[in-house]
Design a protein around this ligand. Structure first.
Ligand code: ADE
Ligand code: ZN
Ligand code: ZN
Length: 264
C-alpha cells in the first residue's frame, strides 16, 4: 500500500513537472502561422533562390520546413537553439542599445543561420538544417510577443481568458487568434492583402535589427491591449487580427528578401 501511494505521488509529480517543462517549449506562431509565412515567401523568391533552395531541401516546400524549429525543441541536443526563437528588450529600448543575452537571441540566431548557409565548406545537411531554422526564426521575428519583455517571458506570464478558457497573451498571439479564424495556411496566403511591387520593395527595406525594432512597436500595442485576467473573445480578434495578417505577410515578404540575398 505504501509503495502504491509513493508511486502515485511520484506519477503526479512527474506529470506536473513535465507540464511545466512543456510550457517552456511552447510553440511559436503555431503551425498555421509559420506555414503561411513560408508559403507567402515562396511567392516572392527569385528563380535563382528557388533553384538553390530546392537543391538544399530536396524539393520540400518552405511551408513544410517552417515548423522544424519548434519540432526540435523537444530534443535536448538542440537546447542551445531555444534562445534563438525570441529577443527580449525593455520598452523604448532599441535592439542596438539593449543588454544582450550572452546565450544568444533571435538576431544572433538568424546571423548564424545565414553564415552556415553562405559558407562554402558547410555540408548539405548543415545547410538544410540552418535553412529550415532560418525560415522558422524569420517567422518568429514577426510575432510581436517574440519581441516582448523579459519580466513576463514575452507575455507567457500574462494570464488571460480566451473564450472562457485560461491561457496567456503570448499564446493568443501565437495561435489562438489564427486558429479561431479557421483558415488554412494556403487560404491565408491566397487571401493576403493585395499589395503593389512598390509596397513589397518598401517592406523589404532595412535589415534584421530594423525589423526587430519594428516588431517591438506591435508588442507594445499588444501589451496595452489587455489587462491581466481579461476575458478575451471575438472583439479582441476583430481589433487585432489585421495586425496578425499583416505581420504574417511581412514575415513572408522579408523571408523571401533574406533568401534572395543569400542565393544571389
Ligand atoms: N518563449 C520563452 N521565453 C520567452 C521569452 N522570454 N520571450 C518570448 N518568447 C519566449
Ligand atoms: Zn511563441
Ligand atoms: Zn519559434
Amino acid at each position: 500500500m505504501k509503495t502504491f501511494k509513493l508511486s502515485y505521488i511520484l506519477t503526479v509529480f512527474l506529470l506536473i513537472s513535465s507540464q511545466l517543462f512543456a510550457n517552456d517549449g511552447n510553440p511559436d506562431w503555431g503551425k498555421t502561422g509559420h506555414r503561411t509565412i513560408g508559403e507567402i515567401a515562396a511567392n516572392y523568391t527569385s528563380t535563382k533562390a528557388n533553384r538553390e533552395i530546392n537543391k538544399i531541401l530536396d524539393g520540400q516546400s518552405l511551408a513544410l520546413v517552417s515548423t522544424f524549429g519548434d519540432d526540435i525543441k523537444s530534443d535536448s541536443r538542440y537546447r542551445n537553439f531555444n534562445v534563438m526563437h525570441y529577443v527580449n528588450m525593455p520598452f523604448g529600448v532599441k535592439y542596438e542599445d539593449s543588454e544582450k543575452n550572452p546565450e544568444g537571441d533571435m538576431v544572433t540566431g538568424i546571423e548564424k543561420c545565414k553564415a552556415v548557409i553562405l559558407d562554402k565548406n558547410s555540408s548539405k545537411e548543415d545547410k538544410a538544417f540552418y535553412l529550415k531554422l532560418l525560415v522558422h526564426f524569420m517567422g518568429d521575428l514577426h510575432q510581436p510577443m517574440h519581441v516582448g519583455r523579459a519580466e513576463d517571458k514575452g507575455g507567457n506570464d500574462i494570464q488571460v481568458q480566451w473564450f472562457g478558457s485560461g491561457t496567456n497573451l503570448h499564446s493568443v498571439w501565437d495561435s489562438k487568434m489564427i486558429d479561431g479564424f479557421e483558415m488554412t495556411y494556403t487560404e491565408l496566403t491566397d487571401n493576403a492583402n493585395k499589395i503593389s511591387k512598390e509596397q513589397v520593395k518598401f517592406l523589404q527595406k532595412g535589415n534584421i535589427v530594423d525589423w526587430v525594432n519594428e516588431t517591438q512597436t506591435f508588442a507594445v500595442k499588444a501589451y496595452e491591449s489587455v489587462t491581466v485576467g481579461e476575458k478575451l473573445s471575438y472583439n479582441y480578434s476583430y481589433e487585432n487580427f489585421e495586425t496578425v495578417r499583416s505581420q504574417l505577410q511581412k514575415g513572408g515578404i522579408r523571408l523571401a528578401k533574406v533568401l534572395n540575398d543569400l542565393f544571389m
